[in-house]
Design a protein around this ligand. Structure first.
Ligand SMILES: [Zn+2]
Length: 379
């Protein structure tokens, strides 16, 4: 081989590697579904921006949605979808980083859409019998509202709508976390996180989950999701187990709340954070992850949540307080928003283990967390 040939091969390999690296970070469209009266598009990462406009020509209305920073897998097609009033559904990679969805209708359609985390939901309007169904949905709404007033302060819940909380159920899939004869941590954390999600949503918050089923996710995937979402708080839920070699005098029972501390951390490089020994994220991200604001707010959040878990749970149950601690857990480090990790208790402890498996106790704990979040926001 000549030197020139060697160089060409090297360049080729480098471009291939680059393409692969890019593919890993691209926000691919994962799933398309037609549900009730809307078209739902689910992406790998949260969607930031969609531009919508309409074009009218010869009795046909084209609703166009440009989804920014997204990639379309070659096999994805939405032309098979059928909906009353819609002539065609089309989707294409419009430019390098924009997916374009075109919905052609013959009758007027509002074309509203919303972005909720990884999903873009395009409303296709009511199917038929316009006035009737409209009335019904209106009734439903007012009914909901009146119920709402009773359960919660309306002003607060309105403000909460604009707060997005990302919940992280620890472990999952092949990573079972801690375990005892009776229970695995990954199942407990998922069960509690789903409860917390419902509680927060009922209070009015917007909630995102790193996982909503028994699925393996590495730590970087969790924080990538959090980093690229527009969430304002990150809460990770875990359960503990006593170690094989016990330290004399330590009580392996009770709840503790962690926020970021960097003492003796080997996750920190020069202006970069290290994940499994490699520098990941940018310098800019690094500064966001270690901003004094994030430390201050995480501390405040940790104190609010810790205090409220104790007071709320202790109304019904005994609960040992293991306090507030600082640690360089990856999920606390690699986020740019206030972040805490709640160790809900020791699943290996005889009494606490039984309590943790009890759904009423789980709800109590999570209500405590939610109250803490309210207090943090002053809502
Ligand atoms: Zn854990």
């Amino acid at each position: 081989m000549t030197i020139l040939q060697k160089i060409t091969i090297a360049i080729l390999l480098m471009t291939l590697l680059q393409i692969e690296l890019m593919a890993k970070t691209e926000n691919y469209l994962r799933k398309t579904r037609l549900i009730e009266n809307s078209l739902s598009l689910k992406f790998k990462y949260p969607v930031k921006k969609v531009h919508h406009f309409t074009i009218k020509t010869k009795g046909v209305i084209k609703h166009i949605y440009d989804i920014k920073n997204s990639s379309l897998p070659k096999t994805t097609n939405i032309s098979k979808f059928k909906y009353n009033g819609v002539k065609t559904f089309r989707i294409a990679q419009y430019s390098k980083k924009v997916i374009r969805v075109v919905i052609e209708t013959t009758t007027p359609m509002k074309g509203n859409f919303k972005i909720t985390g990884r999903k873009v939901i395009i409303s296709l309007g009511k199917k038929s019998q316009k006035s009737k169904s409209k009335k019904r949905s209106h009734k439903k709404n007012s009914h909901n509202k009146s119920r709402y007033k009773k359960s919660s302060n309306k002003k607060s819940s309105n403000k909460r709508r604009y707060k997005t909380i990302i919940l992280d159920a620890g472990h999952g899939g092949r990573d079972i976390g801690a375990s005892s004869k009776y229970v695995r941590e990954k199942d407990l954390t998922l069960s509690m996180t789903l409860k917390l999600k419902r509680i927060l949503q009922r209070m009015g918050y917007t909630v995102l989950l790193t996982r909503s089923r028994d699925k393996f996710m590495n730590l970087k995937q969790r924080t990538d999701y959090a980093y690229y979402s527009n969430a304002s708080l990150f809460v990770s839920i875990h359960a503990n187990a006593e170690p094989k070699r016990k330290t004399p005098g330590v009580k392996y029972e009770g709840m503790e709340v962690f926020y970021l501390g960097l003492a003796n951390s080997n996750r920190i490089g020069k202006h970069r954070v290290h994940y499994r020994g490699k520098a990941v994220y940018t310098r800019r991200a690094y500064h966001k992850m270690l901003s004094p604001w994030k430390f201050r707010e995480s501390k405040k959040l940790a104190y609010c949540v810790h205090r409220n878990i104790l007071s709320h749970v202790r109304k019904r149950y005994s609960l040992n307080d293991k306090g507030i601690k600082r640690q360089d857990f990856w999920v606390l480090l690699a986020t740019k928003i206030p972040s805490i990790l709640v160790e809900t208790g020791y699943l290996t402890h005889k009494n606490e283990g039984i309590k943790l498996r009890n759904v009423t106790y789980q709800t109590r704990l999570m209500e405590g967390v939610a109250k803490g979040i309210n207090q943090y926001y002053g809502l």
